[in-house]
Design a protein around this ligand. Structure first.
Ligand code: GLC
Length: 533
């Protein structure tokens, strides 16, 4: 392998933990840090390299931790600062990196900065947030919409101005044009890196800077019935402003003050804009999250095109990445179905670039329909009935067939999926053909195969339901063939040996001529001959 092998965030696999739902250790029905520590051996066995934790900081939990009231503390719900230090040590002892969620775009309305800011128009922290006068008719300064429904402007009667919130009114946006705000958040980053954290996943990084002229957003001509209200305008002036890239470059410089850390950005933008977040000369995020798989129509031609499009758009030297699930989007096993979830796993772990998986996807956990009286997500509460709710992908991790799936001794904060009796880590670990066993073997194969880490990506022409590509490195070539359909299909292959199949029953099979795939099957083949260059 070349020297790039030493860069952990390129060679490794990232695993997202949603701490509320991973493992509860004290019976309050909410996961915590001590719970995570107890499950590190599971993660080690799974073979992942880095854990990203959704926010664990003090928060009124209006948006379940994405509304932070103290950037430097740990919410008692999750444990103590000492628990956090213990987690860092325990993870590092097992060779696991720890990535924290940084939420710099907004704070909680209970953050002392905002409490000062709203105290008066002359408060020194007034300009830490985005305050504007009403229009002459008293209405909001612009037509910008909150992502969680309604206007993004909240009127504050005592000081007679509006403040801007891209999400809940309880999540006021910081003013990133103010250098004092930047300095304060950069100090937060340094604080956690000194504490041993290996990097950050930066929340809504493309939102950080808003238009300096506060122009109205244009109407969205494609807006239609059944879509959430914020999509009625195009966020042209409220997001993805050119100056945001300066901020990202500054954040990167802060991260680079420390050795071997990673900067990941959450960016929901079309590929052409997404890749701008690598920054000029790669001075921005190491990995602007690539969410294309989260919404890709599940058919071979479109996924093939989507991969090619992304590969072609990457700046020279930029390291790609792929995400299959997260705490905001429907679970993959529900989106593509149980059988295709295995194919999706093989796709994620054989594409070029760092894979990020979401807790429970390795168990085939599904999106749970949440009864109305158990809904917790503020997005669903504000915009009910459109299917935007995120609780269904945040249900408790299914550890065992024991009471409450081994997640908690108390009533879990969100309902457990009933399939936990069979779809759980301990049952699936004992089954050599389970989806969990497939994940373990895929991650292991990736770890051992420079082709899968460093190899180039070469699409192979196919038709119908097959998606095929080669990953070649140092004279060795792996061929990945995925059947995205339910019917058998075949592809001509010169000669090779199957290293792994999604059904876990074809290892070491020699293939030459027609490679036959069952419906919903994928295989990784080591080719015996040198590919024509
Ligand atoms: C990000 C988070 C999401 C949160 C929002 C506001 O998109 O992933 O969960 O609600 O930002 O912080």
């Amino acid at each position: 392998m070349n020297s790039a092998a030493t860069v952990w965030w390129q060679a490794g696999t990232i695993y997202q933990i949603y701490p509320r739902s991973f493992q509860d250790s004290n019976g309050d029905g909410v996961g915590d840090l001590a719970g995570i520590i107890g499950r590190l051996p599971y993660l080690r066995q799974l073979g992942i390299d880095a854990i990203w934790l959704s926010p664990i900081f003090p928060s009124p939990m209006a948006d379940f931790g994405y509304d932070i009231s103290d950037y430097l503390g740990i919410d008692p719900l999750f444990g103590s600062p000492a628990d956090f230090d213990a987690l860092v040590v325990a993870a590092h002892d097992l060779g696991l990196k720890l990535i924290l969620d940084l939420v710099p775009n907004h704070t909680s309305d209970q953050h002392p900065w905002f409490i000062e800011s709203r105290a008066s128009r002359h408060n020194p922290k007034r300009d830490w947030y985005i305050w504007r006068d009403p229009k002459p008719d008293g209405s909001a300064p612009t037509n910008w919409m909150s992502e969680f429904g309604g206007s993004a402007w909240q009127y504050h009667e005592p000081t007679q101005q509006y403040y801007y919130h891209a999400f809940l009114d309880r999540q006021p946006d910081l003013n990133w044009r103010n250098p004092a705000v930047r300095a304060a958040i950069y100090d937060v980053m340094r604080f956690w890196m000194r504490r041993g954290v290996d990097g950050f996943r930066v929340d809504v990084i493309w939102h950080l800077i808003k238009d300096d002229e506060f122009r109205d957003n244009p109407a969205n001509p494609g807006y239609g019935v059944g879509r959430p209200p914020h999509e009625s305008v195009l966020p042209l002036y409220s997001t993805d402003r050119p100056e945001a890239l300066d901020v990202v470059a500054e954040m990167r410089r802060v991260v680079d003050e420390f050795d071997d850390r990673v900067l990941i950005g959450e960016v929901y933008l079309p590929v052409e804009r997404l890749v701008a977040y690598y920054g000029r000369d790669l001075s921005g995020a190491h990995l602007p999250f690539n969410f294309a798989l989260l919404s890709a129509p599940w058919n071979a031609a479109q996924i093939g095109e989507m991969i090619a499009h992304y590969e072609a758009a990457l700046p020279l030297g930029a390291w790609p990445n792929w995400v299959l699930g997260n705490h905001d989007r429907p679970r993959i096993a529900s989106r593509v179905g149980e059988a295709q979830a295995r194919v999706a796993a093989m796709l994620l772990l054989t594409l070029r670039g760092t894979p990020t998986l979401y807790y429970g996807d390795e168990l085939g956990m599904k999106q749970l329909a949440i009864p109305p009286d158990r809904v917790r997500d503020p997005f669903e509460k504000n915009v009910p009935g459109l299917g935007v709710g995120r609780d269904g992908c945040r249900t408790p991790m299914q550890w065992g067939a024991t009471e409450r799936a081994g997640f908690s001794t108390g009533e879990p904060w969100l309902p457990l999926a009933e399939d936990y009796l069979t779809q759980n880590a301990s049952t699936l670990a004992a089954d050599p053909h389970s989806i969990l066993s497939l994940y373990v073997q895929l991650i292991d194969l990736r770890r051992r195969s420079p082709e899968l880490i460093f190899g180039n990506y070469r699409p192979v022409a196919t038709s119908g339901s097959l998606l095929a590509y080669q990953r070649a490195y140092d004279g060795q070539t792996l061929l990945i063939v995925l059947n995205l359909g339910a019917d058998p299909a075949s592809l001509h292959v010169e000669a090779g040996e199957i290293l792994l199949g999604t059904q876990l029953d074809r290892r070491h099979e020699n293939v030459s001529g027609a490679l036959e795939l069952r419906g919903d099957e994928g295989v990784i083949v080591r080719l015996r001959i040198e590919p024509a260059s």
